[in-house]
Write a protein that binds this ligand. Structure first.
Ligand SMILES: NC(=O)c1ccc[n+]([C@@H]2O[C@H](COP(=O)([O-])OP(=O)(O)OC[C@H]3O[C@@H](n4cnc5c(N)ncnc54)[C@H](OP(=O)(O)O)[C@@H]3O)[C@@H](O)[C@H]2O)c1
Length: 310
């Protein structure tokens, strides 16, 4: 799998693995098997959060499981670990006040069994706390060496941009990577996302990312397994011709629809878009390996345009 340089010596594989369900929906044995399969296929970029998956447990499960796996495999220094702060965990944790950021980073480091995280995301905006307060707290974590790079997730574009501006103005490290929902299909604009933060990446966001040369980590990029079982798409996405074009090209190439989505996203930069890093999850090693086939597919400009313009 190709490596992408995000910053200095932070080099990530072109696909990121989501750990949201590890330790809750996916038990330890299955989670370890998925993590091992991902690393064996060349992956090194893992996404978790301080609150995964609190709606099925306490919120400590994912980071704790990852900490155990890192310790057993002794591979911490070979991996790029991203975690997050700012969302609710059973009534606590929501917000980006200075004290919250300082508290939750230490909790994450403890659970992960490491003294630094590579990427620390604000999981969602906190309009009730001045941006200046949040960005100063994040910037100080970088200065202390607890965090190597900062990112923002689930922000309106204008608020993300203001956070970057506020950090720069105060002389702190700013967000340098965005995590947002994105895939190949278009979202159905008539259907509001279940949660307001869950906004799908639209053309305006893509233009912002391109103009600021900000990489996009595209979360839930397999749309919950819908590319293999379209009934799972629900009414949130426009399936139609765009889906048919994908299915036809996947058949011609002898890969799964999901693998072609991964290929489309990893190749999107050749059409002039910003660098997109697909982020997906699975409970099955064989699904991980099949999906990652897409990361090694080099699509031509013509093929990209067929998919993009469908
Ligand atoms: N920043 C945020 O706010 C945010 C929000 C949501 C998620 N995320 C991140 O994104 C990651 C992925 O999100 P997600 O789990 O919502 O979405 P996803 O990765 O798009 O979908 C996961 C689903 O796809 C299925 N799947 C994967 N490969 C498959 C294959 N080859 N064939 C059939 N089914 C397949 C999985 O089933 P199987 O288990 O059967 O493979 C699972 O049900 C999370 O782990 C988390 O790290 C971030």
């Amino acid at each position: 799998m190709e490596k992408i340089q995000l910053k200095n010596d932070i080099n990530v594989s072109s696909v990121c693995l989501g750990a949201m369900n590890f330790g809750t929906l996916v038990d330890e044995k299955a989670s370890f098997a998925v993590l091992d399969a991902y690393v064996a296929t060349g992956g090194n970029f893992i996404d978790t959060s301080n609150n995964y998956a609190h709606w099925r447990g306490t919120g400590d499960e994912s980071e704790t499981l990852l900490g155990k796996w890192l310790k057993e495999r002794k591979n911490r220094d070979k991996l790029v670990i991203a975690t997050k702060v700012g969302f609710d965990r059973h009534g606590e944790g929501a917000g980006l006040k200075k004290e919250q950021i300082e508290y939750w980073i230490d909790q994450s480091l403890l659970k992960l069994g490491t003294d630094y995280v590579d990427i620390y995301y604000a999981h969602t905006d906190d309009p009730s706390t001045p941006l200046e307060e949040s960005v100063a707290a994040f910037g100080k974590l970088v200065k202390k060496g607890k965090v190597r790079m900062l990112g923002g997730s689930n922000y309106d574009v204008w608020r993300y941009d203001r956070a970057v501006g506020a950090a720069k103005k105060a002389g702190y490290a700013a967000f340098e990577i965005m995590e947002q929902k994105f895939s190949y299909l278009y979202a159905n604009a008539a259907v509001a996302p279940k949660y307001t933060f869950n906004e799908y990446t639209d053309r305006e966001r893509l233009r912002y990312l391109k103009a600021t040369n900000t990489p996009l980590v595209a979360y839930s990029c397999l749309l919950g397994g819908g590319y293999e079982a379209p009934e799972k798409f629900g009414d949130g996405y426009i399936v139609g011709k765009r889906y048919d074009v994908l299915v036809e090209m996947a058949r011609e190439k002898g890969v799964s629809n999901s693998a072609l989505v991964v290929a489309y996203l990893t190749n999107l930069h050749i059409t002039g878009e910003t660098r997109v890093i697909p982020l997906f999850s699975s409970s099955k090693p064989e699904h991980i390996v099949a999906n990652l086939r897409g990361a090694d597919i080099k699509l031509t400009e013509e093929e990209m345009n067929i998919l993009k313009n469908a």
